[in-house]
Design a protein around this ligand. Structure first.
Ligand SMILES: CC(C)(COP(=O)(O)OP(=O)(O)OC[C@H]1O[C@@H](n2cnc3c(N)ncnc32)[C@H](O)[C@@H]1OP(=O)(O)O)[C@@H](O)C(=O)NCCC(=O)NCCS
Length: 163
């Protein structure tokens, strides 16, 4: 892990990020232009884990809300399947959280699918809590916000207070 460097994205990272994202099911993938927007315009809150070989072992793409600058949002997080279980995901979230604190955010939030057990277990281990302030629906023991992303698209909304 000592040899893995967590660094802000460079604009050109979006190409490799797009390739890596193909191995991150059930995470949703995006058009390349979306990854490019993050690596270019949100690079101070988007990070990659760079392996000694120079390849990317994971990424986190996020931003600070323009409507509420105290809220930071993680849009996508992915660790290469070969690199999972080595605390790469934890390091990426911690680096994002450090930056959010520096930017005076008070809260991080994100959404994930109720079927994404790996990510639900991961975020709970990192101290994230389920948002139950809106109507939730229990899916396989997890509280998902009902119709969060439209009719029938229930999503688990996680948050963590920081700073
Ligand atoms: C979720 C994901 C990012 C975790 O990355 P990772 O590098 O394997 O996780 P880490 O090794 O940093 O684990 C951090 C902690 O979470 C725990 N954890 C991770 N995955 C877990 C799982 N599936 N079940 C239980 N605990 C888990 C680890 O045991 C570890 O605990 P510790 O710090 O006390 O030792 C990775 O599985 C992934 O990329 N999944 C596919 C993409 C995805 O679903 N992204 C999230 C939704 S956008």
């Amino acid at each position: 892990m000592e040899d893995i460097k967590i660094r802000s994205t460079l604009e050109e990272d979006f190409v490799e990020i797009a390739d890596l994202a193909e191995n991150c099911s059930p995470m949703e993938t995006e058009r390349n232009s979306i990854y490019h927007i993050f690596t270019k315009f949100f690079r101070s809150t988007s990070f990659v884990a760079e392996l000694p070989s120079g390849e990317l072992g994971g990424f986190i793409l996020g931003f600070i809300s323009q409507e509420n600058p105290e809220e930071a949002y993680i849009h996508l997080l992915c660790v290469d399947p070969k690199m999972r279980g080595k605390h790469v995901g934890r390091k990426l979230v911690e680096r994002f959280a450090d930056e959010a604190v520096l930017k005076e955010c008070k809260k991080i939030y994100l959404i994930t699918k109720p079927v994404n057990w790996n990510s639900i277990s991961f975020y709970k281990k990192l101290g994230f809590l389920e948002d139950k302030s809106r109507e939730t629906i229990n899916i396989l023991g997890t509280n998902a916000v009902k119709n969060y992303n439209g009719m029938g698209q229930h999503m688990v909304v996680f948050y963590k207070l920081i700073g």
